[in-house]
Write a protein that binds this ligand. Structure first.
Ligand SMILES: [Zn+2]
Length: 247
């Protein structure tokens, strides 16, 4: 049975059968089903990912409908992970989906991250990012983190399963990249185009991971400014005093 009716041809033609197989085998944990998470989940399904775990405790609100593409008017008030799962299954009914209608916390992070090979951080607060970073580091998981502001966002990859000497997310803050923290804690409105751009770069990290082609954003952060059309790659330094990766 063909378990990836969507995107099979493109994936095989562009990335090869091994990449497709890996996409089907890897377990993806998407934390946060807001703007970023909506795009990331959809794009992963279109690529042919098969095993997806969704975590979010939010309900759909009217104010989400300008950028969170998995939800519609009739979903207001409903659980985001349940609505998202239903929509993703419409795209590919063969998906293996797990949903957790809960917030990722220090208490459940180990349990949730144990279920995954690749963790995709689509959260909008730095406390959760910190927990994800620490647990992914300890459990040697691939973490792909991102955040969005009004017009801008950033993406960085942390393949903790293979590289010990790379900086982790904790190394970045506080530091000379303080603006990244501001973006990460942004509670201002965000444009759907910004969210789509940043989420796509996040999923691109998955494509590079499974294909071995290109270069992952390891030890660096891609900063995207959709207003000025500028993308800047900032090199990240490992902090020798980092409480996560330098102990
Ligand atoms: Zn660190």
């Amino acid at each position: 049975m063909d378990l990836t009716p969507i995107g099979k041809n493109a994936i095989v033609q562009i990335l090869g059968e091994e990449s497709q197989k890996l996409l089907q085998e890897l377990r993806f944990l998407i934390v946060g089903l807001g703007g970023l998470g909506s795009f990331v989940a959809s794009e992963l399904v279109y690529l042919g990912a098969k095993n997806i775990i969704l975590v979010d405790n939010d309900r759909v609100s009217r104010s989400n409908l300008d950028r969170q593409i998995l939800y519609g008017w009739h979903d207001v008030g409903k659980s985001k992970v349940l609505v998202a799962a239903r929509r993703l299954k419409q795209i590919n009914p063969f998906l293996k989906l797990e949903t957790f209608d809960t917030r990722l916390t220090k208490i459940n992070a180990n349990y949730l991250i144990d279920k995954a090979d690749v963790v995709i951080d689509c959260t909008d607060n730095f406390d959760t990012k910190r927990i994800l970073n620490r647990v992914c580091y300890n459990k040697k998981r691939m973490l792909i983190s991102a955040a969005v502001g009004k017009w801008e966002g950033w993406v960085a990859s942390f393949p903790f399963y293979k590289e010990k000497e790379i900086p982790c997310l904790e190394c970045l803050f506080p530091g000379d990249l303080e603006t990244l923290k501001e973006i990460s804690e942004n509670n201002e409105p965000t444009l759907v185009t910004t969210v789509a751009s940043v989420a796509t770069f996040q999923v691109n990290e998955v494509i590079k991971l499974v294909s071995g082609e290109g270069e992952n954003l390891v030890g660096k952060t891609l900063i995207i400014d959709t207003k000025t059309n500028q993308c800047v790659i900032a090199k990240l330094k490992k902090n020798p005093q980092c409480s996560v990766c330098s102990v």
